[in-house]
Design a protein around this ligand. Structure first.
Ligand code: PHE
Length: 390
């Protein structure tokens, strides 16, 4: 793994976006003139910005396909369901779209905890699921280590993300010690904390404290007192932005100046930039990426979606990955000239796709091998730090 500060080296090596070419024509995929795709996104619950970005990224991709004539002549119709980043509501949303609406293609969920139960269900029903953003390995692989044939994702996985975070702490921040805070009931948080720990220790670092909390906690003072005693070089907090906001605010109030580090779960327009100032996180993409396809996407997204001040929205990683996941699915259907999931899954397994978040080909476990981006929270904004290739 090598890190590079020179964005242009990586970007120059990236291929041009080819996903949307040739969308016109081709044989009908069957199933009438509409191709229905479900978007399962957490629009309510603990992390609503994840849902909004995911929905909007996916809908932009679908609009672009329809403007070019659809997929093999079929119009793509989206059905958006609120899956809440929570196992039961997510599974119920999946059952609804499959059993009531007869949908065979799912984009979602965002959160690993929600995507894992959906994936077991979808795979058993021979329904294709592509999670744009769920990074826990168990989304695509079952308990026996066997790949779930109908399940794919558009993002890298957490063993890589945790290792990138650990190497950054060790080599860029020169950290010798780390304190880990985790919610063990959250598959994503627990997994990422474990992978970070393994890599940090393997690289010669020492874990000087590890504390568990739950997603219901709002007062972190007891844990933060232990952090203050342990005096670590970094605090690893691989949770979602809602928890990160609470913890970093309370740490600042306690005068803790140790940098926090986290993973992609920090990525939100609602991340409290003041509290998280001085922190770093691993992510999938940066809107500052100068590749022309990224800038075209940022422009198209900003033209379609506005914030409360009517300013163009800047797409985050969730929007970029939902856009990529949707384009991957529709490209695979187009290439297969079929909407039979058993045919589309084989088309997906062999796809080579150049997306906003990088080039995607699948390994035997349906995981893309992709680079990670490291972002820094500083002076009221999130800026690009470096790219790490696998
Ligand atoms: N990777 C997170 C998970 O698996 C979801 C996530 C991805 C959140 C990207 C934010 C940005 O649960």
């Amino acid at each position: 793994m090598r890190a590079s500060k020179i964005m242009s080296v990586f970007f120059a090596a990236s291929l041009a976006l080819t996903a949307c070419s040739g969308a016109l024509g081709g044989a009908l995929g069957g199933g009438g003139n509409e191709l229905k795709v479900a978007i399962l996104a957490p629009l309510t619950g603990p992390v609503p910005t994840f849902g909004v970005s995911t929905r909007d990224g996916a809908l932009l991709a679908i609009d672009e396909w329809n403007a070019k004539g659809g997929v093999n002549g079929q119009k793509v119709v989206a059905q958006v369901e609120d899956s809440q980043c929570t196992p039961d509501p997510a599974l119920n949303a999946a059952k609804k779209v499959v059993e009531q609406d007869g949908i065979k293609f799912i984009i979602g969920e965002v959160c690993s905890n929600a995507s894992i139960p959906i994936s077991d269900y979808a795979n058993s029903k021979k329904v294709i699921q592509i999670s744009p953003t769920s990074t826990n390995p168990s989304v695509t692989v079952d308990a026996n280590g066997k790949v779930k044939d109908y399940i794919f994702r558009a993002c890298f996985i957490d063993p890589f993300q945790g290792q990138v975070g650990a190497n950054f702490a060790l080599h860029s921040l020169k950290a010798k010690t780390a304190f880990i805070m985790e919610d063990q009931a959250n598959d994503y948080v627990k997994g990422l904390a474990d992978y970070f720990e393994k890599a940090f220790v393997a690289g010669g670092g020492k874990i000087v404290g590890k504390e568990n909390y739950t997603s219901k906690d709002t007062d972190f003072s007891a844990i933060l007192a232990k952090v203050a005693d342990a005096k670590p070089d970094v605090i690893y907090l691989p949770d979602y932005y809602n928890i990160v906001n609470l913890v970093t605010k309370q740490a600042k109030e306690k005068g803790i100046t140790t940098p926090f580090m986290g993973g992609d779960g920090w990525d939100s327009p609602d991340l409290d930039l003041k509290s998280a100032d001085g922190g770093y996180y691993t992510n999938h993409y940066s809107a500052e990426d100068t590749r022309p396809e990224v800038q075209a996407f940022v422009k198209a997204y900003g033209a379609k979606y506005k914030d409360e001040k009517q300013q163009p929205k800047v797409p985050d990683a969730l929007a970029a990955l939902a856009y990529d996941a949707t384009n991957i699915l529709l490209t695979a259907i187009q290439n297969a000239h079929s909407t039979d999931p058993s045919v589309v899954k084989d088309s997906l397994a062999k796809i080579s796709f150049s997306g906003i978040s990088g080039k995607i080909t699948y390994d035997q476990f349906h995981n893309p091998v992709k680079s990670a981006t490291i972002l820094q929270v500083k002076d009221g904004k999130v800026s690009f730090n470096s790219i790490v290739n696998p």
